[in-house]
Design a protein around this ligand. Structure first.
Ligand SMILES: Nc1ncnc2c1ncn2[C@@H]1O[C@H](COP(=O)(O)OP(=O)(O)O)[C@@H](O)[C@H]1O
Ligand SMILES: [Mg+2]
Length: 271
């Protein structure tokens, strides 16, 4: 089920309270027992039960009987907590359409003081183990439910966007909460979806940007025609959560792969 603005708008304050309690208690439980939720939320048992059924209908919470009866947050619930926070902080006033759905994220248009992009990081349960192995920022032995892994992924991207700001053409990061980043909207198309009049010039510009990022200590790690936007004048590099530093043991290999992918694309498309 997709997350919709209506689902978030129609959220009752007790539903929000139950969501926050589940989030908090998931630090201790993989599946949060209902009686713990009653204690933590300070609502009556009947109220908690009713609110949980509503949250499950909205696809924000999941129930399991195994290994013991309990509830956990799923992405829609975690996204909702983050988006509600962004609204409270005045970063956005309205949630628009989902404009992109990738392997590890959903991208929504939203409205703040102007158009804003919300990137909801969603590291799937299956890729979580691989991600944990490959990305040194995830806590090794700590209990870390996979919804929360997405928070680390967002944090990594936010770090890169902030560091590269003013030096490399990347979206301006506005705010981050949980697994969600608010950033400036780039009016443009992916290189994969447009035809350039002067590909040679754009290719050179891209290499200049990659070099500038490298000098600041950032190697993209997933550079491709899908992660570069063209706005009619110049290019913007997006999608940074998997960046690595030049000190990383596979840095040379990963940088080579980035450059090769982009060079091959220009050859194929504009030879
Ligand atoms: N700041 C932005 N401005 C405009 N469109 C964006 C922006 N960020 C992402 N998008 C759109 O959303 C798509 C997915 O975003 P991306 O960061 O590449 O995530 P992923 O590939 O992991 O799903 C992009 O291909 C692009 O079309
Ligand atoms: Mg991408």
């Amino acid at each position: 089920m997709d997350l919709s603005a209506d689902h978030i708008k129609s959220l009752h304050k007790y539903e929000l309270r139950v969501l926050l309690s589940i989030e908090y208690l998931m630090g201790r439980y993989s599946w949060v027992p209902e009686e713990e939720l009653v204690r933590n939320s300070r609502l009556s048992a009947g109220e908690v039960h009713f609110r949980l059924s509503r949250l499950m209908k909205k696809g924000m919470v999941r129930y399991s009987n195994v290994p013991y009866p309990g509830y956990c947050l799923v992405f829609n619930g975690y996204d909702t907590l983050a988006i509600t926070h962004l609204v409270k902080k005045g970063i956005i006033t309205a949630l628009g359409d989902c404009i992109g759905e990738g392997k590890e994220s959903r991208v929504y248009e939203a409205l703040g003081t102007g158009p804003v992009i919300l990137k909801l990081h969603r590291i799937g349960q299956r890729s979580f183990q691989t991600v944990r192995r490959g990305r040194s920022y995830l806590p090794e032995n700590q209990h870390c439910p996979w919804v929360f892994a997405s928070h680390y992924s967002a944090e990594q991207e936010y770090l890169a966007l902030n560091a590269l700001q003013n030096h490399v053409k990347v979206p301006t990061p506005l705010f981050m909460n949980r697994n969600v980043i608010a950033m400036s909207y780039i009016p443009g198309d992916r290189l994969a979806d447009c035809t350039l009049d002067d590909p040679g010039k754009i290719f050179d510009e891209l290499i200049t940007q990659v070099r500038a990022a490298l000098q600041l200590g950032y190697i993209h790690g997933d550079l491709s025609e899908y992660n570069v936007l063209y706005d009619g004048e110049g290019i913007w590099i997006i999608d940074w959560p998997q960046w690595i530093s030049p000190g990383h043991e596979n840095a040379d290999e990963i940088l080579d792969h980035d450059l090769e992918t982009i060079t091959k694309f220009f050859h194929r498309r504009y030879r």
